[in-house]
Design a protein around this ligand. Sequence first.
Ligand code: IMP
Ligand code: MG
Length: 202
Amino acid sequence: MAIETAVIAYPAEQMDDALWQARFPEVQVLIDSATLQARVRELGEQIARDYEPDNPPLLVGVLKGSLVFLADLMRCMPIPVSYDFVAISSYGVETHTSGVVRLLKDLDTSIAGRHVLVVEDILDTGLTLSYLLELLRTRNPASLKVCTLLRKRARQKVAVPVDYCGFDIPDQFVVGYGLDYAERYRNLPFIGVLTGIEGEVK
Ligand code: IMP
Ligand code: MG
């Protein structure tokens, strides 16, 4: 298709949560997509105000869960940010965290003297983030802050200082908006509770 005009318009509507719900009946909506988007926007605008525009942060996303949140968040931050990713394995199987953490992918960039904002999908026991923060601190960033979309206060085993938090949620296993169960459900546009899973829930 030839694009002839300078401005390209996309249809603004997203697929309705109800349509997704019909296709994923095992997931109950906990935070609908409109509420999620509104809060992400608030967070992004607040973060953008908190940093000097000429000294913006490097956003460090924790793969894979934070991808969707990071992508939306940075587009609500009208400052010139950069981003990078780390991947961490908690040696967990499905919904269990063992507490042993391993770095699978390191940053591509040096963070010495830079403002770093770690962007995480969910703070559960806190083991993953406390490991990551300890590691990043050894590299002497100018500052190190944390933004998590979700936090399960009841589950926290290690105290992790959180500078920005989207939502405090109950101790339930959630999926969607980047969060998975056995690699599924990451593409749901809302946060939902997965019903009918067996065993201990993270
Ligand atoms: P933590 O080390 O226990 O804080 O675990 C954090 C990581 O576990 C998150 O980055 C997620 O990848 C995963 N996780 C924890 N709770 C949930 C959940 O309810 N749904 C999906 N993934 C979760
Ligand atoms: Mg994660």
